[in-house]
Write a protein that binds this ligand. Sequence first.
Ligand SMILES: Cc1cc2nc3c(=O)[nH]c(=O)nc-3n(C[C@H](O)[C@H](O)[C@H](O)COP(=O)(O)O)c2cc1C
Length: 191
Amino acid sequence: MVCNEIYERASVRFYKDEPIDDKIEELIKAAIRAPTASMLENWFFVVFKSEGVRKKLHELILKGHIEYYGKSKEKKLRKKFEDGMFFAPCYIGVFVEKTGILDEKYSQLELIWAIESAAMAIQNMMLKATELKLGTCYIGVANFPDVEKEIKKMAGLENFFLVGLISIGYPGEEITPRKRKKRVEEITKWV
Ligand SMILES: Cc1cc2nc3c(=O)[nH]c(=O)nc-3n(C[C@H](O)[C@H](O)[C@H](O)COP(=O)(O)O)c2cc1C
């Protein structure tokens, strides 16, 4: 029952070096149960798994984080990633097609819808992973232009838009859901 997983999920950044190949199909099956605007289903899932591919991905992820947090944090980040994130046995890149949009008039809106649909698919995948006792983390720095460009090249999907890169694997750390800073009342308005 996936609803409990909403409250159990937390981003995982330390992984066990254990394959999860047998879980991939189930994860993607859950992902594509997400709503998809206009029934476009113009999402595409790339499983980054081979050692060479992951090695390259690790360098890119680290580069993105150094760019975001600053060069002064490089040593600390490198150690953290080498001790944890780099053990993830696989990453799933969720892409959307920029073409194949139904109506030229609505193409911009339909691309936004496609991205929104893919983000919902990612959440489904994360909750299914939680149910399967797997950990995940959304790697947003994959969208730094130079990093994204390389990832798209690796996937052979240069004309697609990368919505998210997700690390997946058995957690090598205890999963403790993180508290939210804001209370429901603070972020809710009834009109
Ligand atoms: C769009 C998006 C981008 C994110 N990018 C990164 C990232 O680049 N690196 C990282 O370590 N975590 C990233 N995260 C994970 C967030 O840091 C995390 O969700 C947040 O701290 C709340 O923690 P929780 O997921 O454990 O509840 C991202 C999350 C989202 C939704």
